[in-house]
Design a protein around this ligand. Structure first.
Ligand SMILES: [Fe+2]
Length: 150
């Protein structure tokens, strides 16, 4: 099983999402390569990032009336539930299960990025309330009192 890497196939040409996705890939790669004693911490860092990233996407889907928001948000919720189970597994020493989950997550992430997130990026890129790529980033939830993607 190969370690996930950031590739052009994952680029959506929308900086706020690409930046978050690049961080996700880096954290997932770190978890995939972590020695046993570092895996619980690496997995927890990945899950914390995923929580913030998915919250950011969910919020912008709502704010811009994204047509498939319900399905996209449901995918986030299901995956987050599994990732949180992975934290418990990692902390209880079930490391093989977490390593398997890490590689399945990489495959899911590529599919999700190229379908659901690509559609969202297209919507956000053309949304009048948001600046075009190259301008300043859309206001992150943190700037309005919410949580920002990390
Ligand atoms: Fe997404």
């Amino acid at each position: 099983m190969n370690t996930i890497e950031w590739t052009d196939a994952l680029v959506l040409d929308f900086e706020p999402i690409d930046t978050q996705h690049h961080a996700f890939v880096d954290l997932l790669a770190r978890a995939q390569q972590a020695p046993d004693d570092a895996l619980p911490q690496a997995w927890t860092a990945l899950v914390n990032h995923a929580v913030a990233q998915f919250e950011w996407e969910d919020e912008w889907m709502q704010r811009t009336g994204f047509s498939s928001a319900a399905n996209h948000t449901l995918q986030h919720r299901v995956v987050l539930n599994l990732l949180r189970e992975g934290i418990a597994q990692a902390r209880s020493g079930q490391l093989a299960a977490v390593r398997e989950m890490a590689f399945e997550l990489a495959a899911w992430f590529a599919r999700h990025t190229q379908t659901q997130d690509a559609a969202l990026a297209l919507q956000l890129r053309h949304h009048p309330a948001l600046p075009a790529r190259g301008g300043s980033s859309p206001r992150a939830p943190a700037q309005r009192g919410g949580r920002a993607p990390r």
